[in-house]
Design a binder for this molecule. Structure first.
Ligand SMILES: Cc1cc2nc3c(=O)[nH]c(=O)nc-3n(C[C@H](O)[C@H](O)[C@H](O)COP(=O)(O)OP(=O)(O)OC[C@H]3O[C@@H](n4cnc5c(N)ncnc54)[C@H](O)[C@@H]3O)c2cc1C
Length: 388
């Protein structure tokens, strides 16, 4: 088998890339390790920057997003027992963010690809990439008990943090920046109306909490917890009472549909390209979810990669492919900074450095009262301008 772009991974990055390449007449084959049902039901991110929605619009995959997505013009910061609204639209010349579950976006893109009869293989095993430093890289895998191989011009490693593409790059060719945080998030999905029309980010003496949503009847709620938190120690009652303490009494309870612990990490692998292998999304970088940036950053990488591949396959040379990593990393590091900043500002640190604690409270107080500081938060939250 042969294709122009072999894509490893059918998450937001791989599926969007495949669709945008298809729009430009570039062939791609997508290989996904898990089943369709699994990737369509994996609860993860849910907040899209304005530019991410526009990108999905341009890609022709935003129909249901516009019907079912919830447009938000602001958010609330809670600290010292009080709420402070951040007018995202007012501070950014009218920009908004949209709540739409990642798994819904994934469902939409899978349906569009399969309806068009384009290649997307689920449940592939033993995926490996070969000859990535040459002009004829190859992907091999096992499917239905048979060995398969795909010759490509380019391979896109969109296989997330635990995928095989990044580890296929010789370690000496990569520089890794990694920071683990001394806390995690215990997240629940609950059949209950959101506590507020907008997201609530709370800093509380017990730790951070976030109230967000997936629809008008399904809430997504998070609590700061230990990185090795034992979920079995958290009964539904204990979860709801911890959430109420941190977020306030207006929180409505409902049946918990799903719960899990999400690790908090900042990670960047540089460069995001080795020969003809290009990494995009979580395969190259991870942000702590506080700034809601993981899926948005994956979409931003894909935009840059599509431009580079379009130029390459149109015979306009490799200059944009050569610039791919630097162009992406410029945004990646700005988003890393913002995600780190939101995380350290809003979480409780158990080593309890009293000085830093006071500085964080002073910063929050300043933030809430300063249009300049709030504008910085708002323009990062709705999404920085794209390079391409
Ligand atoms: C558990 C979890 C919870 C998260 N929660 C939040 C959140 O609450 N809020 C937030 O803003 N962000 C969250 N994120 C981040 C956000 O979901 C990611 O940034 C986003 O999924 C990145 O998209 P991606 O396409 O790069 O990677 P992924 O979505 O990880 O997609 C990678 C795909 O590659 C597949 N794959 C892996 N290995 C192979 C292989 N060897 N061969 C073939 N396919 C392979 C995987 O099955 C997967 O489908 C979370 C991430 C995780 C992992």
């Amino acid at each position: 088998m042969r294709t122009q772009v072999g894509i490893v991974g059918a998450g937001p990055a791989g599926l969007l890339l495949a669709q945008m390449l298809h729009q430009r007449g570039i062939d791609a084959v997508v290989l996904e390790a898990r089943s369709r049902a699994h990737v369509e039901s994996r609860i993860r991110a849910g907040l899209l920057e304005q530019g991410a929605v526009e990108t999905m619009d341009e890609a022709g995959v935003a129909g249901r997003l516009h019907r079912d997505g919830l447009v938000h013009h602001g958010l609330q910061l809670r600290f010292g027992g009080q709420g402070h609204r951040v007018d995202l639209s007012g501070l950014t010349g009218g920009k908004v963010v949209t709540i739409y579950g990642q798994q819904e976006a994934v469902k939409d893109m899978i349906a569009i690809r399969l309806a068009a009869g384009l290649p997307l293989h689920f449940e592939v095993d033993d995926v490996a990439v070969h000859d990535i430093a040459t002009a004829r890289p190859r992907i091999t895998w096992r499917q239905d008990g048979q060995d398969r191989a795909l010759d490509c011009d380019v391979i896109a490693g969109c296989d997330g943090f635990h995928g095989i593409c990044r580890p296929s790059i010789p370690p000496a060719a990569l520089t890794v920046f990694d920071r683990a945080y001394p806390f995690a998030w215990l997240g629940i999905l609950s059949r209950s109306p959101p506590m507020s029309e907008e997201l609530v980010y709370a800093r509380h003496a017990d730790g951070f909490a976030l109230a967000t949503m997936r629809s008008r009847s399904v809430s997504r709620l998070y609590l700061q917890c230990a990185p090795d938190e034992d979920l079995s120690a958290w009964s539904d009652d204990r979860i709801w009472s911890a959430l109420r303490r941190r977020l306030g009494d207006t929180l409505e309870e409902g049946p918990i549909l799903q719960k899990g612990v999400t690790a908090m990490r900042s990670f960047v692998a540089e460069p995001m390209r080795h020969g003809r292998l290009f990494l995009a999304g979580d395969a190259a970088h991870i942000v702590p979810p506080t700034g809601a940036k993981g899926m948005n950053l994956a979409i931003a990488d894909v935009r840059v990669l599509v431009c580079a591949l379009e130029a390459f396959f149109a015979g306009r040379g490799e200059a944009l492919m050569d610039a791919y990593s630097a162009t992406c990393l410029d945004r990646v590091w700005k988003v890393q900074r913002f995600s780190w900043w939101m995380t350290q500002l809003l979480h409780r640190y158990d080593d309890h450095d009293a000085f830093e604690e006071r500085v964080r409270m002073a910063e929050l107080d300043y933030l809430a009262g300063s249009t300049a500081a709030l504008t910085t938060l708002a323009e990062n939250y709705v999404g920085l301008p794209y390079a391409v």
